[in-house]
Design a protein around this ligand. Structure first.
Ligand SMILES: CC(C)(COP(=O)(O)OP(=O)(O)OC[C@H]1O[C@@H](n2cnc3c(N)ncnc32)[C@H](O)[C@@H]1OP(=O)(O)O)[C@@H](O)C(=O)NCCC(=O)NCCS
Length: 397
């Protein structure tokens, strides 16, 4: 493969480099660089040095950004690096520029003690060739139509600035009740609510005059016919139903042809509202990709009860680790995307080879592969309990 020999990968240490990167993103993906710059400033986790650029002869030819996020799994909060806006100047594509930028950014993420990386892409093949695993998340599309909204003690209205603290409390409560949604920090969400939002994007549910839910939805810039629900949380199913119905009604009024929903509510929509369920097509999103950054750190964060964790290779990478939980012990090891898990030595030793996809499913969903032999399966079932796992969609507008 041809390469751009004199290229350098740099971090956006100064404003000029950052803006050159955003200009490239603008040219390749059609985003408005000024608007993107403004949105970055609103993210409390934003650090210009998280932008990685390939520079050749003074010009930026590749760009990507690591976005700091958290992900909740059970009681644990994982550090998650979202890889965003991977682009290469069309004149320099096919020369390993994007791959080099990704490798260096992931190395930096490992040094910064992230547990895993995630990205949302329309090019799954490009990333799976580089060792990323696809994660199918539930999603659905609702075809909007005029809906009767029953008059009740529940009222859905537009967000007002004075609602902020109640919405923050709901956001935290809702996030902790689920095992796994991609949890934006409260700080990020607060900043998002304080942006100028077109009316109707953030809805508030009131029950008996108290705030009992909220939802946030907007048109997708690149798919303007689609109304995307980005957040939906209410104290109970009937509140979720009211918010969903109001969003679908508004989408119909404004001429959208579909309302899209990902995240934990999507798979339960028919149970929450059978009429909406009949207007809905369920799908699996194939384009969320995950990559492990630090196996030992991830396992330690997920299962804090382990009495001891020792790394065999002495490094912080993806090498072999042993875990001890009371009288239980397990060994996990990973190399080139294959994981091996062995049962405690005191039991009959049995080894289990997992693909990386199976490994993620076990960690995030508690689905122990059916091929696991009995003693290992029982132990794994305890270590990785069943849980519901779903991402909220990416934060990009
Ligand atoms: C995707 C993109 C970033 C790749 O940049 P790049 O610098 O050309 O990538 P690299 O040179 O490091 O890697 C190129 C390799 O990826 C492969 N590739 C590129 N696009 C691909 C795709 N859609 N599906 C599968 N493989 C793909 C090429 O075949 C090439 O493989 P090869 O070296 O074996 O021939 C670039 O094509 C781009 O900017 N595309 C438009 C923006 C976009 O869609 N970005 C993804 C957002 S997540």
């Amino acid at each position: 493969m041809k390469t751009d020999r004199d290229r350098r990968v740099v971090r956006a240490e100064n404003e000029q480099l950052l803006l050159s990167g955003l200009d490239l993103v603008g040219r390749v993906l059609g985003k408005d660089p000024k608007e993107e710059r403004r949105l970055l400033e609103l993210d409390p986790g934003f650090d210009p040095r998280d932008t990685f650029l390939v520079v050749l002869g003074g010009a930026v030819i590749s760009h990507l950004r690591l976005v700091r996020r958290e992900m909740r799994i059970g009681r644990s909060l994982l550090r998650l690096a979202v890889v965003a806006d991977v682009v290469t100047d069309p004149a320099h594509q096919g020369r390993g520029n994007a791959r080099t930028a990704i490798d260096i950014a992931l190395e930096a993420a490992r040094a910064a003690r992230y547990h895993c990386a995630v990205l949302f892409t329309e090019l799954p093949d490009f990333f799976s060739e580089q060792g990323w695993s696809p994660w199918a998340q539930p999603g659905c599309s609702i075809t909007p139509k005029a809906l009767v909204i029953p008059a009740a003690q529940q009222r859905v209205r537009d967000f007002r600035p004075g609602d902020l603290s109640a919405v923050m409390a709901l956001h935290g409560h809702h996030g902790s009740a689920f095992a796994g949604p991609l949890a934006r920090t409260i700080g990020w969400w607060k900043a998002d609510l304080q942006r100028e939002t077109p009316p109707g994007e953030v809805l508030i549910l009131e029950v008996d005059g108290r705030i009992a839910g909220y939802a946030r939805a907007r048109a997708r810039r690149r798919r303007p016919e689609e109304f995307a629900i980005l957040d939906l949380a209410a104290l109970d199913d009937s509140g979720q139903r009211s918010l969903l119905r109001e969003l679908v009604r508004r989408a119909h009024q404004r001429g959208f042809t579909s309302v899209n929903l990902q995240g934990p509510t999507a798979g339960r929509l028919a149970a929450i509202d059978p009429e909406l369920g009949r207007m809905t097509e369920l799908r699996r999103d194939k384009y969320t990709m995950l990559k492990l950054i630090n196996l030992r750190g991830l396992v330690r964060a997920l299962i804090p009860e382990f009495e001891a964790i020792c790394g065999r290779d002495g490094s912080c990478g993806d090498g072999q680790i042993s875990l001890l939980v009371g009288h239980l012990a397990a060994e996990l090891s990973s190399s080139t995307g294959k994981f091996e898990i062995s049962a405690p030595r005191s039991n009959k030793p049995s080894f289990l080879q997992l693909s990386e996809g199976d490994f993620w499913r076990m960690l995030f969903d508690g689905r122990v592969p059916p091929t696991a032999p009995a003693p290992a399966a029982a132990m794994l079932g305890m270590l990785f309990p069943e849980r519901e796992f779903a991402f909220w969609p990416a934060d990009e507008p």
